[in-house]
Design a protein around this ligand. Structure first.
Ligand SMILES: [Zn+2]
Length: 213
């Protein structure tokens, strides 16, 4: 089956080649890099996703930061941030923070582990793989965990001048989580994923054919 792909730079339609490890394909018209296959990219995505889930739980379980004003010290957890926005009348911001910072990254990670673990270790496709993968690639661009991290760090430097701030384990967990999640998504190549899925599907078919009836 021929797979055509359009060059992102000049829209030239070309027959996408199947690449080996560390190979790149370039557009014959403009020389733009059309696809790239890093070694063990999906395995890296799975490893970083599992690490991210643990770090996400850690960053939501331990105090994110504690703020001291006039002798009073208050501790805050990461998930409490959206509830605090809601309590202070910022409903839209609260919903946005809840979805973009908490719910979407978590669903993305669960989805990635759910489909990649059986594909890599058991050579099988779990139920709904194609459907989940399509949503993962759609959600990928909405995961703004790195943007949120920069915003948090910028706010903290401003807050530090007004109150006594102590960084908790949750914040360090969240910084590590952001790095791991960004690395997981950076290694997730759409074309490589669908080619790997086709390979696993062929493997499944062969296994079924070889089973004694
Ligand atoms: Zn091109």
């Amino acid at each position: 089956m021929k797979q055509y792909t359009a060059c992102e730079h000049c829209d030239y339609l070309l027959n996408a080649p199947v690449l080996s490890h560390n190979e790149c394909a370039f557009c014959p018209r403009c020389g733009h890099r059309v696809s790239h296959r890093p070694k063990y990219s999906l395995q890296f995505t799975l490893s970083f996703s599992i690490a991210s889930i643990f770090l996400f739980i850690l960053s939501n379980t331990f105090p994110f930061l504690s703020i001291g004003v006039q002798g009073q010290q208050n501790e805050m957890l990461l998930w409490q941030a959206s509830f605090e926005f809601w309590n202070h009348g910022q409903e839209l911001l609260a919903v946005l923070v809840f979805f973009v910072v908490l719910l979407l990254p978590f669903l993305l990670l669960i989805g990635l582990v759910y489909i990649l673990w059986p594909m890599i270790f058991m050579r099988s496709l779990p139920i709904g793989t194609c459907w989940i993968a399509r949503y993962i690639f759609k959600l990928k661009s909405w995961s703004m965990v790195d943007v949120y991290l920069v915003a948090v760090l910028a706010s903290l430097t401003k807050l530090a001048s007004m109150a006594n701030i102590e960084f908790g384990i949750g914040l360090w967990g969240y910084i590590s989580f952001s790095i791991c999640l960004s690395s997981a998504l950076a290694n997730l190549d759409r074309r490589r994923f669908w080619q790997y899925l086709e390979k696993v599907r062929c493997h499944e078919r062969l296994k079924q054919q070889n089973q004694p009836t």
